[in-house]
Design a protein around this ligand. Structure first.
Ligand SMILES: *Cc1c(COP(=O)(O)O)cnc(C)c1O
Length: 385
């Protein structure tokens, strides 16, 4: 089946007794045992919950893996999967990645004896050169957040396989509708489902999927032991959002393309980062491994002084953290998502104090352009006074 069909059908045909089309929400935390030594398959909700399982089966099917896992947040999913590693292990990680993951790798995992080298995963040879004797995995995002750098998944997976490493991909920006790293040989995919999968800025959640059963069993053991699982009401809300992912994503990327082109021609804009633009580095690699460009873009304004008034004058586009919802949001990475990344490192990555990130929503693109145009004009007037 096509992903659109899988998405629309999530949870349907599961409630055999009632025929309910919308998946029931099982709030029960515990389940009666028929008799000693017997189980219905459900015992205690942290271990397994019917509503959560419907979601976990859906994401596994969408990503092309054997088993899915739902967590209380994207960070819980990432921390849960990184629980595979311990004392003395070393990880290779995209140098340009989500700030929260950077914080986890820099400030928490070293306490557990896990070390990380941040590398440019856009260049597989640099990744291969950074492999150490104790390296256990490569963790990457593509496109990256916020400068939309592209990594060649097939080449990175090749490095991992030659060196006996796991490949873990944060697929939040693309979603399985546009990119399925497990089908290219990655071992684990993680998501902040808070973003496009949920899609409505109303449910915090994370997902992981493993390609093979042996690894799935280890991730399941960690999920159940650590316990940061997704509650049944949130699992239902996430599935409700996922049903329309295909339609939303199509509109997100249509709008993003229009906005990227419009911004490129604006005199206040120095640089636009969007994989759909002809001159975007890595565009050909991206087209070879994904079915679209997504709805995220970032742009650098010509002067840092424009940032503050611009954010203040936008009316429709909300100045807020997060991404992937139906409402357009603008983020200032240097002060928000990437605040924990040292300034020198940020500048090296292009996450300068003049960079803004736009999560393009599903509104009419003319209204988005009009809002941007009036905010730029008002900001320029103010600075000229
Ligand atoms: C938001 C985000 C996360 C963290 O997810 P939460 O749901 O906020 O915990 C991880 N990776 C990426 C790429 C994100 O955008």
């Amino acid at each position: 089946m096509h992903p659109d069909t899988c998405l629309a059908q999530i949870g349907n045909n599961k409630a055999e007794k009632t025929g309910a089309i919308s998946s029931p929400i099982y709030l029960s935390t515990t389940y009666r045992h028929p008799r000693l030594g017997e189980s219905t398959g459900f015992d205690y909700t942290r271990t397994k919950n019917p509503t959560r399982q419907t979601l976990e089966d859906a994401i596994a099917q969408l990503e092309g893996g054997v088993q899915g896992f739902a967590y209380s947040s994207g960070m819980a999913a990432i921390a849960g999967v990184l629980g595979l590693f311990g004392q003395g292990d070393h990880l290779l990680v995209s140098h340009d990645l989500y700030g929260g993951t950077y914080r986890l790798l820099e400030q928490i995992l070293p306490r557990q004896g896990i070390t990380t080298t941040f590398v440019d995963t856009g260049d597989w040879q640099k990744v291969e050169a950074a492999v150490q004797e104790n390296t256990k995995a490569i963790f990457l995002e593509t496109p990256t957040n916020p400068t939309m750098r592209i990594s060649d998944l097939q080449a990175i997976i090749g490095v991992a396989q030659r060196n006996g490493l796991l490949t873990i991909v944060d697929n939040t920006f693309m979603t399985p509708y546009l990119q399925r790293p497990l089908t290219l040989g990655a071992d684990v995919v993680v998501h902040s489902a808070t973003k496009y999968l949920g899609g409505h800025n109303d449910v915090l959640s994370g997902l992981a999927v493993a390609r093979e059963q042996e690894l799935a069993d280890r991730i399941y053991f960690l999920q159940n032991s650590i316990g940061a699982t997704l509650g049944p009401q949130d699992a239902w809300l996430l599935m409700r959002g996922m049903k329309t992912l295909a339609l939303r994503m199509d509109r997100h990327q249509e709008n993003a393309m229009v906005l990227a082109k419009w911004l490129t021609g604006h005199p206040c804009v120095k640089q636009v980062y969007f994989p759909g633009l002809e001159n975007h580095p890595g565009r050909d690699v991206h087209i070879g491994q994904a079915d679209g460009y997504g709805g995220m873009l970032s742009f650098e304004v010509v002067r840092e002084e424009l940032v503050e008034p611009l954010l203040r004058h936008l009316n429709l586009i909300a100045f807020a953290e997060s991404l992937g919802g139906v409402e357009s949001l603008i983020t200032y990475p240097a002060r928000q998502t990437h605040f924990d990344v040292p300034e020198a490192v940020r500048n090296e990555l292009g996450v300068t104090s003049s960079l803004l990130r736009l999560s393009v929503g599903i509104e009419h693109y003319e209204d988005l352009i009009e809002d941007m145009a009036q905010a730029f004009a008002a900001s320029e007037r103010e600075l000229a006074e």
